[in-house]
Ligand binder design. Structure first.
Ligand code: ADP
Ligand code: MG
Length: 711
């Protein structure tokens, strides 16, 4: 065979085909998820030692951060009186020697053998007249030659060393040489993008002659990873468009115009643009599949209402699904207000028109109320329904659902969206879908996570909002409560959010309860303080929210149930206790509960000075910026893509080398390339090498391959 080797083939060759991999080694490799030669070649070096940069011991000065390479001379280990382990070793090169001390790393005495060559990174100190490094980073260099030494993630437990892995990947690449590794990317693109071919890229990353080799190889392999993900997303999207039909709406109905004209304020430019994008989708018989991103307070609700009214104006129905009862109810209240005075055609009435009918359906709606709503949805006398998961329960049917809005999408799974779609219509058409999220994610990340959705962005706040002033309070917490008092005196209200406790609803609830107790018997004893958490039943939640909304409570102590969407413009103070326990996105969401009216708002992040470096970064980021998109970028830099992908979302494990924070340009290029390669019908017919590669790629994931492409 002289054809280049495909990734599928490499993935079918077991590692035990390599020299020195017997039963035991095979088992060890399996422990670190390396089964095939493909796995081995994509087990990338963690870092490289550039030996031209190493310091000689004679030149090292105390206080310096250095890399030194030398041989281990001796190793001893002992325990202190309080059973702490200390491993000491000495290292030398041809110019001098250095003492190493490791605290609480007893395993080092097994790792470090006399005569071993190691690279150390760390700070050098002077201790009793000798140079010493404490707890340095250690890389075993072994007998690897060359100026640049690749260091692989090692597993002490599995007993694999970096040079075992380096040796095997060298051998694997050598054995690929005569056939070479397949490159499905047409040469034209390689040239345009200035990329190495795939074989060269694998060689460059595993056996670089220089650090620039590493970067070039990495670029190519990063593109490969991102492109596979984008191809799948693109195929899925094109197949959906090719197959599904939606309801085609007229979009300039007087009902819609009347709604917009009746608003007490002008739409922002971003709202207008977004509404136009959505209208154009609804005006097509291809079902909309769109994500509406907008920072907190950007005015997504109006955009949603606009889309829902387009459905209603044509005699169809609209549904809005929210993740919690509190939110569903609030949306209901808002939309109910917005719908006041609107009328729809109804030939069964004397006048031919009737008021638009909007209903709420949650698990809190029961008995005859519930039966009436459900019946109205079925016979079409209910035009708009707002609800929770209750909307997709068995036995709930619509007469003619044509637009669905899902709020705060991250709390719903893809499956639930599909159910709504299927509940939708008898005629096989799909309702148009608008997914709203108030957790902006960076553009390139959105392309990867939501790659098959079109994205509209509300990147502008309505005018007249004064920015929320945020401060991290570590001492003198009294000032926070003083502030609450003075705001309440002026008729304003405040939220107090309790520490997050291990994502446990129950513990969160009890923390909120005890916080409230403490406050009403202490600093806030003169105020009316309510309590809201996820364990209250629907009626209690409803009553508390209503009381707060109507100003019968001054302060609301809550868990993160108020994180999303709660909209009470008179609340101007947000206090987040143990703020270091929350992530950036969550803090920003919580903060977004204030600053919704014309009054100046304040957010206090309460946390001691003794918090981790990461938490410090987060709180400082919040102090410095009110911009959800900028914060999302920061979050991505700080925490990596783990924060963005959820388990069910594809992509996470497919990106071994690519980083959404670092490789933004490549995400965009991959997306553009995918759009060129995939045809109208969602196939890769004209790029058979890619077609085979993508088929292999989806098959090797756990997901059901068919489903993945079906969308
Ligand atoms: P979010 O995007 O966070 O869901 P909302 O839709 O809840 O934001 O809107 C926040 C507040 O801004 C609401 O009180 C809403 O009435 C108001 N609002 C929305 N659009 C405008 C606008 N164009 N001009 C002024 N106020 C607006
Ligand atoms: Mg909202």
């Amino acid at each position: 065979m002289t054809e280049p080797i495909s990734l599928r083939e490499l993935d079918a060759i077991s590692v035990d085909q390599l020299q020195g991999v017997g039963e035991q080694r095979r088992a060890s490799l399996e422990e670190v998820q390396i089964h095939s030669v493909f796995d081995l070649l994509t087990h990338y070096p963690r870092r490289y030692i550039d030996r031209s940069h190493e310091a000689k011991l004679v030149d090292v000065c105390p206080g310096q951060q250095v890399m030194v390479v030398g041989d281990i001379e001796s190793v001893t280990s002992r325990r202190t009186r309080n059973r702490k382990s200390i491993v000491e070793a000495s290292l030398s090169d041809e110019t001098g020697s250095l003492k190493l001390v490791f605290f609480n790393q007893a395993w080092r005495s097994k790792q470090l053998d006399q005569g071993l060559t190691v690279a150390l990174f760390g700070k050098v100190d002077l201790y009793r007249g000798h140079l010493q490094m404490t707890n340095p980073l250690v890389d075993l260099v072994g007998d690897r030659t060359g100026r640049i030494v690749a260091i692989y993630p090692q597993s002490g437990k599995a007993g694999l060393t970096t040079w075992d892995i380096g040796r095997w990947s060298t051998e694997a690449l050598r054995r690929c040489q005569s056939r070479s590794i397949v490159d499905p990317l047409p040469p034209k693109y390689l040239q345009e993008l200035g990329l190495l071919d795939r074989m060269q890229a694998f060689e460059a990353i595993h056996q670089p002659a220089s650090m620039s080799d590493v970067l070039n190889g990495r670029d190519r392999l990063v593109l490969d990873e991102l492109l596979r993900v984008q191809l799948v997303l693109r195929m899925r999207k094109m197949r959906r468009l090719d197959r599904a039909l939606g309801v085609k709406h007229k979009v300039d109905d007087p009902l819609v115009t009347k709604f917009v004209d009746g608003l007490p304020f002008a739409l922002t430019a971003a709202q207008q643009r977004t509404m136009a994008e959505i209208s154009s989708d609804l005006n097509s018989d291809q079902p909309m599949h769109r994500l509406l991103q907008g920072d907190v307070g950007a005015g997504k609700t109006l955009v949603a209402m606009h889309a829902l009214l387009v459905a209603v104006a044509e005699g169809h129905q609209g549904a809005l699904m929210a993740p919690t009862e509190v939110l569903a109810e609030q949306h209901y209240i808002n939309l109910y207000e917005l719908a006041k005075g609107l009328e729809v055609a109804d030939p069964t009435t004397l006048t031919g028109i009737r008021p638009l009918s909007i209903k709420l359906l949650t698990n809190g709606v029961t008995g005859s109320d519930r039966r009436r709503v459900v019946k109205g949805m079925e016979d079409g006398s209910v035009d708009l329904v707002i609800g929770t998961h209750a909307l997709i329960q068995e036995g709930i049917n619509f007469s003619s659902l044509s637009v669905v809005v899902v709020d705060e999408q991250h709390r719903f799974g893809v499956e639930q969206r599909a159910v709504l779609r299927e509940r939708g219509r008898d005629d096989g058409k799909w309702p148009h879908l608008l997914v709203m999220t108030a957790t902006p994610i960076p553009r390139t990340a959105a392309m990867t996570v939501y790659g098959d959705l079109d994205v509209s962005t509300l990147n502008e706040l309505p005018p007249g909002r004064s920015p929320i002033v945020t401060s991290w309070v570590s001492q003198d917490v009294e000032q926070v409560w003083d502030h609450v008092h003075s705001e309440v005196t002026q008729g304003r209200q405040a939220y107090v959010v309790c520490p997050l406790i291990e994502e446990s609803d129950k513990l969160d609830a009890s923390s909120a309860e005890s916080t409230r107790q403490e406050l009403i018997t202490g600093v806030l004893s003169d105020l009316r303080v309510g309590l809201l958490h996820g364990r209250l039943d629907a009626v209690e939640k409803h009553q508390t929210m209503a009381a707060f909304r109507e100003g019968q409570l001054d302060v609301l102590v809550a868990t993160t149930v108020i994180e999303v969407g709660v909209d009470i413009p008179n609340a101007t103070t947000m206090i987040i206790l143990s703020a270091d326990r929350f992530g950036i996105a969550q803090l920003h969401q919580l903060r977004g509960r204030v600053g919704r009216g014309s009054h100046q708002s304040t957010c206090f992040l309460v946390a001691t000075d003794e918090i981790s470096e990461d938490a410090t970064e987060r709180l400082t980021a919040l102090e410095e910026s009110n911009d959800g998109f900028a914060l999302a970028e920061r979050d991505l830099e700080l925490r990596g893509e783990g924060t963005i992908f959820e388990q069910r979302q594809s992509g996470r494990n497919d990106l071994k080398l690519a980083s959404l924070a670092r490789d933004r340009v490549w995400v965009e290029r991959a997306r553009d390339l995918a759009a060129e390669l995939v045809d109208e019908r969602g196939s890769l017919e004209h790029h058979l090498l890619f077609e085979d590669e993508i088929r292999w790629f989806v098959e090797r994931r756990d997901d059901d391959a068919e489903n993945l492409l079906r969308g």
